[in-house]
Design a binder for this molecule. Structure first.
Ligand SMILES: [Zn+2]
Length: 132
């Protein structure tokens, strides 16, 4: 259910125990755009921000039998700098020369011999080291 879109700053997930119906409400980072997914107002958009959510939508859904299952900041900066910058270096191989599968960047690839940045094949795990 969770969305990790850059434009969303806070999400409320509501659920109704009687029939398992779910609603998610997103507050966008502009501070006033509101988007409802699911429930009787599926696709509803509002531009009154937190005020519309707390004073109108949440009470309305609570009255309809929904309860807040989770409420969290989507793009909390504290969660983003766990292991530092994670940007891909240049020179990514288009595909694995061994098996043709896509290649992904692995910032902390470990083997018996070495540890560090590598390009890893998603198929056969072929992995040339990134040369800085
Ligand atoms: Zn491969």
């Amino acid at each position: 259910m969770s969305q990790h879109d850059d434009h969303v700053q806070h999400t409320w997930n509501l659920t109704r125990d009687t029939d398992g119906d779910r609603i998610s409400i997103d507050l966008w980072t502009d501070g006033y755009s509101v988007r409802v997914d699911g429930g009787p107002d599926d696709g509803h958009e509002d531009d009154r921000g937190l005020q519309a959510i707390e004073q109108q939508l949440l009470p309305k859904y609570a009255a309809a039998g929904y309860r807040i299952e989770s409420s969290y900041a989507v793009n909390d900066p504290a969660q983003l700098d766990d292991d530092g910058p994670d940007t891909e270096p240049d020179g990514k191989p288009g595909k694995c020369p061994e098996c043709g599968s896509p290649v992904e960047y692995e910032p902390n690839h470990c083997t018996d011999l070495r540890e560090g940045q590598a390009w890893l094949c998603t198929g056969c795990r072929w992995g040339p080291w990134v040369v800085a």
